[in-house]
Design a protein around this ligand. Structure first.
Ligand SMILES: [Zn+2]
Ligand SMILES: [Zn+2]
Ligand SMILES: [Zn+2]
Length: 274
């Protein structure tokens, strides 16, 4: 499978509109983009492709990167930066199946699938398909499994995508704290490529009203606030999961400029053949 990172930024992206911080300025100078989150997975055996999350930057992402429009999409959770690009499906698709979890979120009283169904009921070419976490579904010739992660207050899912022919495996942490449940970790383990939420460096926790949590052995917080992993947390998760290769994604412009474009922080447009 061919994996293209269409969007590697957090909810404001880098550069952030109206921001003149050193990191945003450097991104502008170097022509680097971290648009809102989305990953394109092409099954080269069947010629089909799957879009993971529907970025508000959908249009620009598909104009910029040489990837085909997807045959299906899967949505990790209902935050703006992962879902609100779905409106772009209007007049672009004859039929777009959108896969999402079927568990009722106690906060919203409905599942991710139901929220998408009601929010996009005007798009009759979008068909929402319910997926039960931990039960893999065959999409675009690939086996896709959603697993619960920790992104309070909403339910959110990480996922793995496996090629049943070659055994290649892509895992995504989803938007999550470091407190990923053990059964989800087991499902995500041993990927050829892990895309892990590493929104800020751990040192930035001092600026979060809730600080950090899930400290590692040396006291470094692996979770920023309650919803996302720090860089150090994402790297610790990669270690725990035995990832062969790791890219950090969902990155904020709060990384200092000398760290913001260092390895293994991803930028838009990276491709991986698994
Ligand atoms: Zn900035
Ligand atoms: Zn989120
Ligand atoms: Zn997000």
């Amino acid at each position: 499978m061919r994996v293209t990172l269409l969007g590697t930024g957090d909810t404001t992206g880098t550069p952030t509109v109206g921001c003149d911080c050193d990191t945003c300025e450097e991104a502008r100078e170097r022509g680097i983009e971290r648009s809102r989150f989305s990953v394109h997975v092409e099954n080269e055996r069947t010629g089909e492709s799957l879009l993971i999350d529907c970025s508000p930057d959908f249009r620009q992402q598909f104009l910029t990167h040489d990837v085909p429009l997807p045959d299906a999409a899967i949505v990790s959770h209902i935050h703006f930066d992962h879902l609100d690009g779905l409106g772009n499906a209007y007049r672009l698709f004859d039929d777009l199946p959108v896969y999402a979890a079927d568990e009722v979120d106690p906060v919203t009283g409905e599942s991710v699938a139901d929220t998408i169904r009601s929010k996009y009921d005007y798009l009759d070419r979008v068909t929402v398909e319910d997926v039960t976490p931990f039960e893999s579904v065959r999409v675009c010739g690939l086996d896709v499994t959603l697993v619960p992660v920790d992104h309070p207050p909403l339910v959110c899912y990480g996922l793995c995508v496996e090629d049943p022919e070659t055994g290649a495996k892509l895992s995504l942490s989803g938007d999550t704290s470091y407190d990923v449940p053990a059964d989800s970790r087991a499902a995500l383990s041993d990927p050829d490529l892990l895309l892990a939420d590493g929104i800020v460096p751990a040192a930035f926790c001092e600026y979060h009203p809730m600080g950090g949590k899930d400290e590692g052995p040396d006291g470094t917080p692996y979770t920023f606030g309650t919803k996302h992993m720090t860089r150090e947390g994402a790297l610790a998760l990669a270690d725990d999961l035995d990832a062969a290769e790791t890219r950090l994604v969902h990155l904020a412009h709060y990384y200092p400029p000398e760290e913001a474009f260092a390895e293994p922080l991803a930028v838009d447009g990276e491709t991986y053949d698994l």
